[in-house]
Structure formats: C-alpha cells, structure tokens
Design a protein around this ligand. Structure first.
Ligand code: A3P
Length: 327
C-alpha cells in the first residue's frame, strides 16, 4: 500500500443495524484464520458488513432487463472479466484515448453490489451509474444473487479458476493488503480455512457448483467461464463472451482484428501498465495495482507442497463428484 489513509475493512462490525445483528445471532457463526467473524447465510460465509449489504441488495435491488452481472469467487479472474466486459461493450471507441478503461479501474467501472454499492448505502442511487447497460459484480453465490432477479432476463457471467491458484493468489493478496499482523495469513492457514470451508464467500465448492449448475439449467442467462480457457484460447473465449452478451463481432470487426485488440487491451501487462491501475486508489483505499500480480496458470506449483496439493484435489474431487465439473 502506498498511501496513508486508513483502509476500510470489509469485516468491520460497526454500522451493523439492529435487525441485522438480530438475524446474525440466529445464524451459524465462526471466525476465520485471521480471527475475523463470519456468519453463514444461505450456505455461504460472509463478514458481517458484507452480509448486511447482501440483505439490502436482496431487499431493494430492482433489475433492468439489460443488466449484466460479473461474478466470481475472489481471486478467480474478476478484474480480467470486468475489463473484458467493459472492452466488449465499448469497442466502437477507437484507440485508448477516451476508453473507459483508461479513466477508472475495472473495479470502479463494474462496482461490486455488496462490497461497494450496498456497502456504502442500504439504498444506493443506481440512476447515477454511468454505464449503459448497467454493469455490476458480486462474489455472492448464484441462489443468493438471483433472489431479487426473479424472472429477469439479465445476463450473469461467472469466472472460475483452479482452486490451488485461487488459494495462492489469495495468500499474496492478503499479505499485501494486510496491515495488521493477523491479516498476513500464512499459506497453511489459508489452506486450513479452505478445507474447513469457513472463509469469506466459502465454501468455494458450493460457490462454483451454484454457477456451474445454473449455467447448465439456464445457459441463456448464466455463462460459466474458466480462467485457464481465457489464457489458453483468448480469441475463442472473447468471441463466446460477446455472443453471450448479445454483442457478437461483425465480419468486418473480425477482419480488422477487433477480437485480438480487445484481448490485448485486457491482458495483464496492458491493464497493469495503464496509469489509472498503476497509481489509482479505490473508494475504500485499496491500490488498484494490487489486483494485478503474475496472472499465470499453475503458479501453485511454486508454492504448494505435493501433500497440500493432494489434499485440496481430494476435497474438490469429492465435492464435484457427479456434477460433471472437473477443475
Ligand atoms: P495471481 O495472483 O495468480 O497473479 P481477481 O481479479 O479475482 O481479484 O483475481 C486476481 C488474479 O487475477 C491475480 O492472479 C491477478 O494477477 C490476475 N489477473 C488480474 N488481471 C488479469 C488479466 N488481465 N489477465 C490475467 N490475469 C489477471
């Protein structure tokens, strides 16, 4: 962190309203390895302040048919998917001069419902959002996200990533973001939390499965993407995302290299070299640069022991058994 302002803590317990406190007292609760309190709502673990925002979202959010919601488990490629979505929807804008990605970070352009909009206010003024269609993001599991969406035709795009890479990425992220000693968790602690399933937005297997099943049941409205596929075949995946968002590439765009341009613009090296991402700071005092690190597939091999990897694989194999999902 290169700034001096106090960092907003998503686990902060002040500002929790009485009725939410009362609900929390009736829910299963636990603390994660960092000693932060969590409670389980609809099968997912949340920091208290995030849960309050989730409840406000469920109560007050009114979807528009054209809304697009980018979703993920933390550290699965959220920033990348947000950038790709923005770039796809703004591709008529020539060059980078006035491109939205140069004036704000992907997280500023595609705000989190529960960690941004409903975190700041129980009834945020969504008419103030500049994007059209409206772009939102979330780490909530699908069943929780969908509650206020009812029969809305809005589009939901999920990105998942090899769990071992997610854990390593989370470890690096928490080490960087954690000012207090307790927030600088060791990798072993993060794996322990993972195996227990008790961590912010966990258990990861239920999270991934909610979107996997949702995408099979309702492929028109829920798209399931993989970080590894985006790395391996960016062209095909950008085309797939564009089709799903009802903004397919024209023959002319394909001929003039529009797909490659979007994929290049959203590469880690391109995004992380934009001034806004090098020096910018988010509303809650997080450096934009913290969301860009290595961006590699199988980085876990540099950090996890064989024993750790086998333990994680065994858990995931068991949880995904019969679902048709392999990670
Ligand atoms: P690593 O820590 O493995 O490098 P999230 O955006 O969900 O917080 O995930 C962050 C992870 O995505 C980090 O992974 C980060 O480096 C990687 N990432 C961010 N932007 C990316 C991009 N444009 N392309 C590929 N990976 C990216």
């Amino acid at each position: 962190m290169n700034h001096t302002e106090p960092q907003r803590n998503f686990g902060d317990e002040e500002d929790i309203r009485t009725e939410v406190r009362s609900l929390i007292s009736s829910l299963p609760s636990d603390t994660n390895i960092q000693g932060k309190k969590l409670c389980n709502y609809q099968g997912c673990w949340y920091y208290y302040k995030n849960l309050q925002a989730v409840l406000d979202y469920q109560k007050h959010f009114k979807p528009l048919d054209s809304d697009i919601i980018v979703t993920s488990y933390p550290k699965s490629g959220t920033t990348w998917l947000k950038a790709l979505t923005v770039a796809l929807l703004h591709r008529s804008e020539d060059g980078l001069q006035s491109h939205p990605l140069t004036s704000d970070s992907p997280h500023g352009l595609v705000p989190f419902l529960e960690m941004d909009l409903y975190h700041k206010s129980s009834t945020p003024d969504l008419t103030k959002l500049s994007s059209s269609p409206r772009l939102f993001s979330t780490h909530m599991p699908l069943h929780t996200l969908r509650e206020p969406l009812k029969d809305s035709p809005c589009k939901i795009v999920y990105v998942c990533r090899n769990v071992k890479d997610v854990l390593v990425s989370l470890w690096h992220f928490r080490s960087k973001i954690g000012k207090k000693e307790a927030e600088r968790s060791g990798l072993e602690s993060i794996i322990e939390s993972f195996c227990k399933g008790v961590d912010n937005y966990g258990p990861i297997w239920d999270h991934v499965l909610s979107y996997w099943k949702g995408s099979l049941e309702d492929p028109k409205h829920v798209l399931f993407m993989r970080y590894e596929d985006l790395k391996e075949e960016p062209y095909a995946q950008v085309m797939r995302l564009a089709e799903f968002l009802d903004c397919p590439f024209t023959e002319q765009e394909i001929r003039t290299g529009s797909v490659e341009k979007i994929s290049d613009l959203c590469s880690l090296s391109s995004l992380s070299n934009l001034d806004i991402n090098k020096t910018g700071i988010s509303w809650n005092n997080v450096d934009h640069s913290i969301f860009f690190r290595k961006g590699e597939v199988d980085d876990w091999k540099n950090h996890l022991t064989t024993e750790m990897a086998n333990k994680i694989d065994m858990i995931m194999d068991e949880k995904f058994q019969g679902s048709g999902l392999k990670m």
